[in-house]
Design a protein around this ligand. Sequence first.
Ligand SMILES: [Zn+2]
Length: 378
Amino acid sequence: MNKLLFFLLICFAATSCVTTSKTTSTAQEVITKIVKDTVYVAEKRKKPKNIILMIGDGMGLTQISAGMYMNNNQLALEKFPVIGLHKCHADNDLITDSAAAATSFASGIKTYNGAIGVDRNKKPVVTILELAEEKGLATGLVATSTIVHATPASFIAHQPQRKMYEEIAADFLTTEVDLFIGGGKKYFDRRVDSRNLLDEFTAKGYQINTFLGKSLEELEMPTANFGYLTADSDPIPVARGRDYLPYASTFSCKFLDKRSPKGFFLMIEGSQIDWGGHANDSDYIITEMLDFNESIENVLEYAKKDGNTLVVITADHETGGYAIQKGSKMGEIKGAFTSDYHTGDLIPVFAYGPGAEAFAGIYENTAIFDKIKEAFGF
Ligand SMILES: [Zn+2]
């Protein structure tokens, strides 16, 4: 912006020089047009009203490449004009887990593996979702794991260990989150403490639906805060019939758009790309990757129509040390693995929409929070 101001000053200075020397008005018009165009570019760099962060869990460059080669050599990610890389390591380990990584995205700090919305001293840290709520924006979380799993949990809960699923579920009641869609119904209504959180949500004015009733597609657009539990425990892999993510992505954008005139923050996770990596199962990775790709396509379509939405896509880490082997062909990938856990590779970031340019370059994963916060103007 400093460069831009400098340029404008030069233009105005030039305009006044031209005026004093009484040159033809054509020169003045040309300069006026340059100034107008520059102002137009500056206006185009406006702040987004909505920000959608999409996280492909375990989605490194090989996962993206394999998905692309198995999809006629194309992915929705190719439509993103700005690309960066982030350093995914945790505070206490070069190899991060999803909890530490998502806490970095959500709150801008490095923390220990297993931490859900807490710092290295187990103290709660404010999340971008909580900040958005505080500023009057609508908020939402969507995942293809349980909704209390590490990635979505780190945006809304504060617990010292990721496996504290029932405590994490109870933390959902402490914010006014407008929407959550994911598995894990049992952590809400069959709990050790006998609380029925689904009833508590209903008492708070939420519309709660589950996989036991109508499908998401069959529902009318809710007019209250909304929760949909897609499975009792973990949702099944897409290859075995899970199909809600692409529809839920469009649904969530349209729903949140109506919830607040100030805008919204939405996090969507393609959770099971990671599980394919842990299983060293190339087909699992690819089918989940292509499901996530469809979701990206839908979100991009919404963002393009809306014009005020910034979409940021990244991963928490790579999983499996996945590589494409010789003998692979377009449409036929032979994958190999060096690990059944996460790896320490740099992770790509893709951005589209107003404010996207801030996501170019190489930075720590904590900068994702800083950049989103700045884009919102918080
Ligand atoms: Zn994992």
